[in-house]
Design a protein around this ligand. Structure first.
Ligand code: ADP
Length: 380
């Protein structure tokens, strides 16, 4: 039985009635502090309103709420996979002073959404290059399409576009209709890449305005048509393209790809903070190259398996799954045949599980109304 059937939103709300503010003797529900509750496939997310003046109470409140929900779940025999408790400050009417804070927020993008036919936009980012960000972006796009969704992939990695190779489109030319570029249709998805528009060697020296212009053109002048998901493969690190994206598009959330080593985690942490500062929801962390699976199926722990999962936990982020180093994954990327990845049952299953967890996090973010969250949040 799914968690929703036995332990639904109202059960979570009921459990929160046990959390009482001693000064008023009223519970958090009665006090109107519970802004959102979302329950989806074992994942629970609760958003509580707390005034910045009371921020010293945040951690105490978090643990009291967590205890109340977990105890109620035990009584209901429900299993909780993840329990996220976030805090927002009360919404305030915009003032002249507040408007001087130029915070790029997703709400800005929604006002003039340039991609109204695209239902959900997922960005894939990483702290640094070479961790498998493009591999995850390509397989997420193809994996979601295999599940029946209409999917687009925007390869916006202006410093090292991988889609031409990974999707095998080296020999295909771009087509335009009027002002619009027609996306490439391959492997069940629609794709567009900066690699087809410019010489990647020249793009390497691009900065600010040029990167901004290239991203804008790729995103908005491609004839995507109706899409359930648009996956955006961002350049590694923290930079101009992510800022343009956050200002321009209503992004549902970002997936951060990380390898298990300590040094990779530090970079990934910076990428997470960048998304949070840009007002882009972080859907979670993927551990790539988690361990090595030899052709005989034997597993070798090379880089400290589990490192990215621990990082996700310490940052209070969902862990979206691990993908091992698989020789075939590299071979199929190099030969531009991503669908071959599903011919290997173990690899196909881990990619499918990853797609499902990302979908669940997007739904959770939507249900919790994170897209219209206030820009004013309590920082830890
Ligand atoms: P990034 O986008 O982070 O720079 P890529 O996705 O281009 O990284 O991956 C870098 C290289 O590592 C590519 O050759 C890719 O095929 C390979 N690679 C990525 N993930 C895996 C994996 N899990 N197993 C084997 N090879 C991988």
């Amino acid at each position: 039985m799914s968690i929703e059937a036995s332990f639904d939103k109202s059960a979570v709300e009921k459990s929160l009635r046990a959390v009482v503010d001693p000064s008023t003797n009223k519970d958090v529900v009665t006090l109107g502090m519970v802004k959102h509750i979302a329950v989806f496939e074992g994942a629970i997310r609760i958003v509580l309103e707390l005034s910045p003046h009371a921020s010293s109470l945040q951690e105490q409140l978090r643990s009291t709420v967590e205890r109340a929900v977990r105890e109620a779940a035990v009584v209901a025999h429900a299993k909780i996979e993840t329990l996220e408790i976030d805090f927002v400050a009360p919404k305030v009417a915009p003032t002249a002073a507040a408007s001087t804070e130029a915070t790029p927020s997703s709400t800005q993008g929604e006002a003039s959404n340039p991609l109204p036919l695209v239902k959900k936009i997922i960005a894939v980012g990483a702290g640094k290059g070479g961790v498998g960000k493009s591999t995850i972006a390509v397989n997420l796009a193809v994996g979601l399409a295999r599940m029946g969704h209409a999917v687009g992939l925007l390869d916006a990695d202006i410093y090292g576009p991988s889609a031409p190779t990974m999707l095998g489109m080296d020999d295909v030319g771009t087509k335009a209709k009027g002002q619009m570029l027609m996306p490439f249709e391959l492997h069940g998805i629609k794709a567009m890449t900066i690699g087809k528009l410019v010489d990647p060697d020249k793009a390497l020296v691009w900065r600010g305005p040029m990167a901004h212009g290239a991203f804008k053109q790729l995103a908005t002048q491609t004839d995507w048509g109706e899409l359930d998901y648009l996956i955006i493969d961002l350049p590694p690190g923290t930079g101009d393209v992510a800022l343009t994206m956050a200002q321009m598009l209503p992004v549902a959330g970002a997936v951060v790809v990380c390898t298990p080593q300590r040094v990779a985690q530090d970079d990934a942490r910076r990428a997470v903070r960048m998304f949070q500062n840009l007002g882009v929801e972080v859907l979670g962390v993927v551990e790539n190259m988690s361990f090595f699976t030899a052709p005989d199926g034997k597993e070798y722990d090379l880089f400290g398996r589990g490192g990215a999962e621990i990082m996700a936990q310490t940052m209070g982020l969902p862990f979206l799954g691990s993908i091992p180093i698989h020789i075939a994954l590299r071979e199929n990327s190099d030969s531009g045949k991503p669908l071959e990845n599903w011919k290997n049952a173990t690899m196909g299953a881990s990619l499918d599980a990853l797609c499902q967890r990302i979908e669940a996090q997007v739904k959770l973010a939507e249900m919790a109304g994170r897209t219209d969250r206030p820009t004013l949040t309590i920082s830890p």
